[in-house]
Every structure is written in C-alpha cells, then in structure tokens.
Design a protein around this ligand. Structure first.
Ligand code: DC
Length: 221
C-alpha cells in the first residue's frame, strides 16, 4: 500500500504496554513519517462518553455523540474540540473503561476514516487492528508482545513519571483483563495479521527493537 506521496505505511499492533507507543514514535521520527496513536483516539472517546454519562451499551446515544467528535494531535499532544486531554486520557479510570467502549462495532466503524486520513503522506500507525482491519495493505506490519509482568511494569513506570501514584498489582490485573477483552471481542480482536512480523520485546532493549524494525523498513525506502 504505497501512499500517493510514495511513502510507506508501517503499522504496529500488540497488547497494552508492549512498548508500541515509544517504539513507533521513534520509528516515525527516524523515518520522517507522521505518527498515529489510535489508542489515544479510543481513550479520548472514552473520556468524552464518561463525562457525558453515556455507557457503551447505549449505542444510539454513543453514535449520536460521535457525530460531533473531533480529535487532533498538535505537537504530540491530544486535543478534543480544542481541549488538551493528553494527561486526562492516561489514568487508571480510562484504562479500566476503554475496552468496553472499544468493543462497540458502531464506534469502531465510525472512526475508520479518522484513522485513515493521514495515510496519504505515509504513516507509522499503532493500535490493535492496524494490520488486520484499518490498513490491511500496509507495507510493513509489526506485532509487538511482551510478558504481562513486563508490560505492567512499563505502565507503572510511565504513571510514576507522570507524577501519579500507581499500584503495580492493580495495573497488572488491568493489563490482563484488558488483554482478555481486546483479544476476545467479536469485532477487530487483537491478533497478529497473517503477514505481520512478531517481536517479543520482553528481554529486548528499546534500541534493539527500534533497530530491528528499521532494518525491515529499510527495504521499503
Ligand atoms: O494502546 P492503548 O493502551 O492506548 O489503547 C487503549 C485501548 O484502546 C485498548 O484497551 C484497546 C483499544 N484500542 C483498540 O481497540 N484498537 C486500536 N486500534 C487501538 C486501541
């Protein structure tokens, strides 16, 4: 899938905390491509719905509310209708609710276009269903995994760095619960595309993961 500008579309999928965000941000930076964090879109929607008191099962209000929804990524921040929600979407409350909203098929369908918008300039996109549903013709598909404990530890450290007071056991529990919901939902479940390259990052350094991916990407440039 070459974009019209002739630049590649590279996608990274995998479970929570496998290092997708930091790795794909760096891969995008090194290749000079835009970066799309699709989890941030699901998180922003979750925040909006919780504020408006719309539960995932209320599909008609949910789809109605999504009509006026817009999300932007100015300078690496996340904004919804102009409000900066970068920190508000990375809390334990959002972590515990987001899988419920992201399992709603109507919601997933309604944000397909938002996710595909930037691809004409080439893109590095990360999420759960980039290689299977959103960009099935991507030029390079990577699936990152790591043990649940390694992933919970990463999330724990991220929260500490943000000045929050995380609870490791609670995060581990949530990582396991979220994986179970994300992997078993009917629509766009978390799974590697048949043509994805899988990396288990448990014992790998950040630099090794990035250079491994850049090695595969080199063939595309
Ligand atoms: O990557 P993340 O932890 O920020 O993602 C938050 C949630 O959004 C995750 O539990 C599953 C959902 N998600 C999804 O269903 N599909 C995507 N492409 C990206 C995220």
């Amino acid at each position: 899938m070459r974009s019209r500008a002739g630049k590649p579309v590279i996608v990274l999928d995998g479970p929570a905390g496998a290092g997708k965000s930091t790795v794909s941000r760096e891969v995008a930076r090194r290749l000079g491509l835009p970066f799309l964090d699709t989890g941030a879109i699901y998180r922003a929607i979750t925040l909006v719905m919780l504020r408006d008191g719309i539960p995932p099962r209320d599909v008609s209000r949910l789809t109605e509310r999504l009509r006026g929804f817009s999300v932007s990524f100015p300078g690496g921040r996340v904004t919804v209708c102009g409000e900066d929600v970068t920190d508000a979407i990375r809390t334990q409350e959002i972590d515990s609710q987001v899988s419920g909203y992201s399992a709603v098929p109507e919601l997933r369908r309604s944000i397909l276009d938002i996710q595909r918008q930037g691809a004409s300039e080439g893109l590095v996109a990360e999420g759960r269903d980039m290689g299977t549903v959103v960009f099935p013709d991507a030029d390079l598909k990577i699936f990152l995994t790591a043990s649940p404990e390694a992933r919970a530890r990463r999330r724990y450290n991220e929260r500490l760095e943000r000045g929050q007071t995380p609870d490791y056991e609670e995060i581990l529990d949530q990582v396991n619960r979220r994986d179970a919901i994300d992997s078993n939902r009917d629509v766009a479940p978390l799974k590697p595309a048949w043509d994805a390259i899988c990396f288990d990052t448990t014992g790998m350094s950040f630099d090794d993961v990035v250079s491994g991916i850049l090695g595969y990407a080199a063939g595309l440039l």
